[in-house]
Design a protein around this ligand. Structure first.
Ligand SMILES: Nc1ncnc2c1ncn2[C@@H]1O[C@H](COP(=O)(O)OP(=O)(O)OP(=O)(O)O)[C@@H](O)[C@H]1O
Length: 244
């Protein structure tokens, strides 16, 4: 869809808000006697990721399995491809075929990992099926040093552990509109058997209690309508980027 501006210049309609925005800044700068090109370039740089962020505060996403964390984070990554990064977790399980050390996980052994946990080198860790999994401070720092906001997907037990350390991320809780809807989504996702579904729903109840306890999270998003939920998340991120 194109519109014709005076002077016979045709412009894609989606660009109009940007043009109006730039025009507003130009007028503001004219009256304040500031160089508007400099201001616009800085704003564009910030949001395009051309400017690495200085010591960005990581963001921990938490919420019941199936509440939509991965879906919302994927949208965020698409909108801000250069501003976010994932840390690489450690595990003592054996690599599966195709998994690369340092890329999918840092593969290690129990003795070394337990020693590092005891030495306070991990912000959180847990045991699943007899194997240790965890997030090291170094792997979060590696993302932060690149000037990117480190995104972490951590369960409630992990969040409780992090809160006991000096690590100080933003905590965002994603909740489903109801347990019934959570069950529907998990069934539709087709990743669960009856046993794992029942387990996830039981854990979800406890997680929702923790998530909704005042003071535990900086932001709680009810993921009812995906676009509304994402708009709330994006507002938070844009405000955060502005404040840096
Ligand atoms: N607002 C929504 N409306 C309907 N379906 C949704 C909505 N948000 C996410 N979903 C769907 O719900 C399912 C669960 O979402 P997703 O996998 O993102 O959850 P998750 O919290 O990352 O789960 P897990 O912790 O198990 O990885 C997916 O199939 C996704 O497409």
């Amino acid at each position: 869809m194109y519109v014709y501006l005076p002077g016979f210049v045709s412009v894609n309609k989606r660009l109009l808000p940007l043009i109006v925005f730039i025009f507003d800044i130009k007028i503001y700068c004219y009256f304040k006697c500031i160089n508007y090109v400099h201001i616009i370039l800085n704003i564009l740089k910030k949001f395009s990721g051309m400017n690495p962020l200085k010591n960005p505060r990581p963001i921990v996403f938490c919420g019941p399995s199936g509440s939509g964390k991965s879906t919302l984070v994927a949208k965020l990554m698409k909108d801000f491809p250069d501003n976010f990064g994932f840390s690489v977790s450690h595990t003592t399980r054996k690599p599966r075929s195709g998994e690369k050390d340092g890329e999918h996980y840092h593969f290690t052994n129990k003795e070394n990992m337990q020693a590092d946990i005891n030495a306070g080198k991990f912000i959180e860790s847990a045991t699943f099926s007899g194997n240790l999994y965890g997030t090291s401070k170094a792997s979060v720092d590696a993302v932060t040093k690149l000037g990117k906001i480190c995104v972490l997907d951590i369960d409630v037990q992990g969040v409780k552990q992090i809160k006991k350390t000096d690590f100080d991320p933003w905590f965002i809780f994603i909740e489903p509109p109801s347990l019934e809807e959570l069950e529907t989504r998990l069934k539709a996702r087709n990743t669960e058997n009856e046993e794992s579904l029942a387990h996830r729903l039981k854990v979800a109840e406890e997680e929702l209690n923790y998530g909704n306890t005042p003071g535990n999270f900086h932001l709680i998003i009810t993921n009812d309508n995906l676009e509304h939920a994402y708009a709330k998340l994006k507002n938070f991120i844009v405000e955060y980027l502005h404040s840096m």
